[in-house]
Design a protein around this ligand. Structure first.
Ligand SMILES: Cc1ncc(COP(=O)(O)O)c(C=O)c1O
Length: 334
């Protein structure tokens, strides 16, 4: 089940959905607004809405478009019981095995399952849980959650638990449906720099160098002069900023790649621009492509410098960033 919520983690819902169409059994999104475009694009896959319907008036939309609903609250069961639908909706009963977010307690889940099975508006019933710590190597939480889930599910073939971290690190959690998100985009769910070597980034974020000039020693760079030139030095301006989703809190020294060299971000990131120290770059020229993240540097490494995770960097890319799609290596082929 490919997790495509938040505009496919910023990569573009429909291009990613089409690319994965022959390779996955289901898509997962977070709301009706994300699910409808998939159906409207003619994609016939199972579509699971990970938070189910937010209000009872969405239930007919689920029935009309064959969306699967995750059921995590008693009111949702009542709403299904009262709904009049042209056909049943497949449901996933969410069990809160320790995440402390959505789901019935393991104690309440069996009764909820029984009610859902008796409800004629419910088609196939499956089980779901979500891990809080699957990215950790030394944590008993994942094993504990898995044990609680195993104790409550009563069908052997209809359960889903694993996000990317569990898919990669905890094979015992795979069960019937894995739900990878971040790894589909080639980014690691684990803390950098260890990351996960087998993942190749799908996204390369780049922008042009639009100014190259020398500043004298002692000259400040950008708002508040956060960086002061220690010597006369070449400074470049790159046409990307927080208005595009590049993190405003990126500190001095955050790496970018120019002409095969690594250069350091200097000064505060502006809305549309950021400045770079060009001392380590051979013959920088206006028009050169600057790679903000991709193969090198990795989004996860940039995220770590900014106190966040690659998920957030991807999701906060704004519509101003033009998405250009090019097919890369698949299974070693170009
Ligand atoms: C319920 C659920 N399943 C799966 C995922 C995918 O997680 P990841 O991107 O870490 O693989 C998410 C993402 O947050 C989620 O909320």
């Amino acid at each position: 089940m490919a997790v495509l919520k938040a505009n496919a983690y910023g990569h573009g819902l429909l291009p990613v959905a089409h690319e994965l169409a022959g390779r996955v059994d289901a898509y997962a999104v977070s709301c009706v607004e994300e699910a409808l475009p998939l159906r409207q694009a003619g994609l016939d896959h199972r579509i699971v809405l990970l938070e189910g319907f937010f209000q009872a008036n969405e239930i007919p939309v689920f029935a009309a478009h064959r969306f699967d609903a995750v059921i995590h609250q008693p009111w949702q069961i009542e709403a299904l019981e009262q709904a009049e639908l042209p056909g049943p909706i497949d449901c996933w009963l969410k069990v809160d095995t320790g995440m402390g977010r959505l789901g019935f307690t393991p104690e309440d889940a069996p009764a909820a399952a029984q009610r859902l099975r008796r409800c004629s508006q419910v088609g196939v019933l499956r089980w779901m849980t979500h891990f809080s710590d699957a990215d950790q190597v030394n944590s008993s939480q994942t094993e504990d959650q898995l044990a609680r889930f195993g104790a409550v599910i009563d069908t052997g073939d209809r359960a889903s638990a694993a996000n990317s971290a569990a898919t990669l690190r905890w094979p015992s959690t795979h069960q019937d449906w894995v739900r990878p998100g971040i790894m589909l985009y080639g980014s690691s769910p684990f803390a950098e720099p260890a990351g996960h070597a087998a993942l190749a980034p799908v996204m390369q974020l780049e922008a042009p160098l639009i100014s190259v000039k020398w500043l004298p020693a002692g000259h400040g760079v950008g708002y508040g002069g956060r960086f002061v030139c220690p010597e006369a030095m070449p400074v470049g301006v790159v046409a990307i900023g927080y208005g595009d989703g590049y993190p405003r809190h990126a500190p001095n020294g955050t790496p970018v790649r120019i002409n095969g060299s690594t250069a350091a971000l200097i000064g505060k990131v502006s809305m549309d621009m950021l400045c770079v120290d060009l001392r380590a770059v051979t013959q920088p020229r206006v028009g050169d492509r600057v790679i903000l993240w991709g193969d090198h540097p990795k989004a996860g490494a940039i995220a770590e410098r900014c106190g966040t995770i690659s998920y957030e960097l991807f999701c906060q890319l704004t519509p101003r960033v033009q998405r250009i799609y090019r097919r890369g290596p698949v299974n070693g082929e170009i």
